[in-house]
Design a protein around this ligand. Structure first.
Ligand code: PLP
Length: 623
């Protein structure tokens, strides 16, 4: 099914198999291996892990960590860069214990470290056995407790760098360091002037809330010098914002940061590390262009651009090459997770209704019927304008009491019929305006999907983030329907109506007509970054089941970790209900009904069992 554009956005990780299922490609020492993703889902369901399932593929994490490190190593070799690369994973991007554990394990050969932005994240990092040369970078606003712990961690062998984010933080750091008699490793977060485009543009530029302006940087330098701590300043940090769409911004910012770096060294700071933060993006749409959901560069190009920018500026200033650090979160984890869910039922967009129109009908209804007489591919725009105008006239007449409910229904049916006919007419290879296309695409079925947008895809709701979403079976059959997805919450925002397709973004998704009792499943890809902890409990749909698998070199998989989704009792406790008290109240009401002879004792038993079972069950639709 080329229509879904898998080869464009799939980044060589997915392919359509001969049986119509989707194949997942993982890299192994023996070469790439394809595994049937649809069979994985069925096999998990057979084990009792119900949809929706968040599937984490551990190999993807390893593949991505290897890929980023290899790209930097290759660029450094090619450009004869005289220092090394040291990546860190920002814990905020996915804090889940099993993910962090795997990142530390797979990162060890590359001395891949961690970045923390809060005390809880620092505690997570201090519970990991990082490799000896890996960095532990402390960003974020820090109180003395945070600083104290960060300083003490160096005694355990952690390579902890405390990044100064403000002038006030400097006082605390000096105070705690003196108290503990520890020479800290310090970093300084600078604010660049260069502003990026994209969803996270506000993290960059001189109006950004983060980082020190040039006068503040000088204040920190002078103060450190005066206090005899300037030799502790090891790292210069900046962060452009996540998902940087344009490689030009990466180059410009790296070059600007290097200028600061050179100047700080001239001021006497013995900087060893230049940290360029996060920003390496994901091409969610596969368009390969500089837009909010796409990027115009590859990982290799990103790494090469950074290494080149740093090398050129350092060479020009006759400075030693520093160790390059990046904090790529999204690019490390986004690929590794996907949300698998089933379709619960379908509301069909009615078409091919038989609508009898007689000369006694309202004039606008007759005019609507006549549109069909001039419906040709070249007159689609005119037909759409007309049919919309006449339909709206009937609606207005209904409002004025001039036509009845049956006339209104007739007009609505005629409208849908004509839209369906127009859609068929667009299949002829004529050019169609975007206006017409989006009107025709929006006339779609509603596929009711077993997941909560607010819990599992919060960025889709909040910032219109696009993720590739496709059916994962019957991909060897041409889809005959168009649909939007409606989630399981009762919120009108709980829908997906923007889809990534081969020929661009569409307001409906091509899908297959559901067969009777069919377990029709779909996947949302690249959901490993940010989505898990940002998700919320709207309508009290809780965490989904999570399964972590590892693909073996022969293509089979091992289920290496499973976390059961929230039960109803759990989500109720999150919103401060005492579930025992709720059960007791319910039990009392049931008992009163028995005393009042409204319930039999047998019915009481069934009712209490149903209540208990629900309380301990999954919050999502169960088969
Ligand atoms: N570093 C810092 C300081 C951040 O604030 C962020 C997130 O915005 C990141 C790294 C991770 O960015 P990304 O996920 O784009 O790699």
């Amino acid at each position: 099914c080329a229509i879904y554009g898998i080869e464009r956005w799939g980044n060589d990780r997915f392919e359509v198999l001969d049986n119509g299922n989707i194949g997942l490609i993982t890299d192994h020492a023996e070469g790439p291996v394809t595994t049937d993703l649809t069979s994985i889902l069925h096999s998990l369901e057979e084990r009792g892990i119900a949809s929706p399932i968040l599937l984490r593929v551990a190999n993807s994490l390893k593949n991505q960590i290897d890929r980023i490190n290899m790209s930097f190593a290759n660029a450094m070799k090619e450009l004869d860069y005289k220092a090394s690369y040291r990546g860190v994973f920002p814990i905020k991007v996915n804090q889940q214990a099993h993910v962090i554990e795997k990142i530390v394990e797979y990162g060890a050969p590359h001395n891949f470290g961690l970045e923390v932005g809060s005390k809880p994240e620092l505690i997570i990092a201090l519970g990991q056995r990082l490799s000896k040369d890996a960095l532990l970078i402390c960003n974020g606003i820090k109180d003395s407790e945070f600083i104290n712990l960060a300083l003490l961690s160096s005694k355990l062998g952690f390579n902890t760098i405390i990044v100064l984010e403000s002038k006030a933080e400097l006082d605390l750091v000096l105070e705690e360091s003196k108290k503990l008699n520890i020479r800290p490793q310090l970093g300084i977060r600078i604010k660049l002037n260069n502003r990026i485009t994209g969803n996270w543009a506000s993290s960059s530029g001189d109006r950004s809330a983060f980082g020190l302006s040039s006068p503040d940087v000088l204040y920190v330098i002078d103060r450190l010098r005066d206090e005899g701590y300037l030799d502790c300043l090891q790292l210069q940090h900046f962060h452009l914002g996540s998902q940087v769409p344009d490689i030009i911004d990466v180059r410009r910012s790296a070059a600007e940061a290097c200028r600061f770096f050179v100047e700080l060294r001239k001021e006497g700071a013995p900087l060893n590390y230049i940290d360029l933060g996060g920003g390496l993006g994901i091409d969610y749409t596969g368009e390969h262009k500089s837009t909010e959901n796409s990027i115009n560069y590859s990982t290799d190009e990103y790494c090469y651009s950074i290494v080149e920018a740093v090398k050129n500026t350092m060479d020009d200033a006759e400075q030693k090459h520093p160790t390059i650090v990046t904090e790529s979160g999204r690019a490390t984890v986004a690929y590794s997770s996907m949300l698998l869910f089933n379709i619960i039922n379908v509301t069909h967009y009615e078409e091919d209704n038989i609508v009898e129109v007689s000369e006694d009908d309202d004039r606008s209804i007759r005019d609507m019927r006549d549109v069909e007489t001039y419906l040709t591919p070249s007159r689609l725009q005119e037909c759409l304008n007309d049919v919309t105008f006449y339909r709206d006239e009937v609606r207005r007449n209904f409002g004025r009491g001039e036509v009845g409910l049956r006339d209104l229904a007739k007009a609505e049916k005629l409208y849908l019929n004509l839209i369906a006919k127009m859609r068929k007419a667009t299949e002829a290879d004529e050019w169609v305006s975007d206006d017409v296309l989006s009107a025709l695409e929006s006339a779609a079925d509603i596929y009711h999907a077993n997941f909560s947008l607010f819990q599992s895809l919060p960025d889709v709701w909040a910032i219109d983030q696009l993720h590739p979403i496709i059916p994962i079976q019957r991909l060897n059959e041409t889809p005959t329907r168009r649909a939007i997805l409606s989630d399981i919450t009762c919120d009108s925002d709980g829908k997906v109506d923007q889809f990534v397709l081969a020929d661009g973004i569409s307001s409906s998704l091509p899908v297959h007509a559901l067969e009777e009792d069919e377990h029709y499943c779909m996947a949302v890809f690249f959901v490993g970054a940010y989505q898990e902890t940002l998700g919320d409990l709207h309508n009290l749909f809780g965490d989904t089941n999570v399964a972590t698998i590892e693909i073996k070199p022969n293509g089979d998989f091992n289920l290496i970790h499973e976390v059961e989704g929230d039960t109803i009792a759990e989500v109720l406790s999150y919103v401060e209900y005492n579930t025992t008290a709720l059960s007791n109240n319910f039990k009392q009401m049931v008992e009163e009904a028995v005393s009042n002879k409204k319930l039999t004792v047998k019915e009481r038993k069934a009712m209490m069992n149903a209540f208990k079972e629900s309380m301990n069950g999954y919050t999502y639709f169960e088969h």
